[in-house]
Design a protein around this ligand. Sequence first.
Ligand SMILES: C[S@@+](CC[C@H](N)C(=O)[O-])C[C@H]1O[C@@H](n2cnc3c(N)ncnc32)[C@H](O)[C@@H]1O
Length: 273
Amino acid sequence: MPLEQPAETYTISDPDAQRIYTEARRAAQWVPFFLPRLRPGMALLDCGCGVGSITLDLAAIVAPGRVVGLDLDEGQLVTARAEAARRGLTNITFQQGNVYALPFADGEFDAVLAHTLLIHLRDPLAALQAIWRVLKPGGVAAIADDDNGAVVYSPDDPTMRRVGDLLTTVMRHNGANLTYARHLRGLLLQAGFARSEGFAVAADYSGNLAATRRRADVLTRVLREPAVAGLVVQQGWAAQGELDEMVAYLLAWGERPDAFFAIMYCAALGWKE
Ligand SMILES: C[S@@+](CC[C@H](N)C(=O)[O-])C[C@H]1O[C@@H](n2cnc3c(N)ncnc32)[C@H](O)[C@@H]1O
């Protein structure tokens, strides 16, 4: 871990917000660029796997290959293990760990995924170098993150803009790197990968009542989370009254028949040769 920098704080610290935010993710929609590279029998690592919604889909594809889901947060891994058992997957394990210091030997995996992990890190390059180390020669890394420059929503209301600005400020303070993803091809090369290929993914959108309600639920949980609200008020970024107004706005936005939200993800594959 790069000791010269303060550790990051993962902003979505409310476990329900994190689960609601990520549990609907499916590999076919969220990492379609990765799937043609996977074969049965491959050893695969998913760094920052969260509740494992994508990892478990990948485990079914590479079975009987060994799959490891790794995350800093043991609480989410409990959910991931229960879902693996429910799906009857026996080729997957989940373990607590840090992407900066992967607890694996050099060249242990054929493929490594980091999906919406590096955006939360102060040093994405160090994470990519760690991933490169555990890949076999010829192995492939798949990285994808949202890019804050590609967020759109309707209606284009000043309160929604203010929510976006505030959450951006909080995430930057917590160590996030919100526009790094467009640079992924170059970063992979810098980390030692022999070549890279870039992709765009538009799976993260809310365009019907269930989805806009879910997004409003996640955003309001984040704004109400004591660690976030406390930081915002303490830093003077907003008063508690304004936070309350934002929560009320978001809940009403989530009920609108015309509400829409989308964010593009930038992704890349990197090959180790
Ligand atoms: C947005 S979630 C993504 C979860 C999953 N990859 C997905 O796309 O559904 C980011 C995850 O990264 C984990 N995380 C944050 N920093 C980490 C680190 N340094 N090493 C490993 N995991 C980390 C968080 O605990 C969280 O579960």
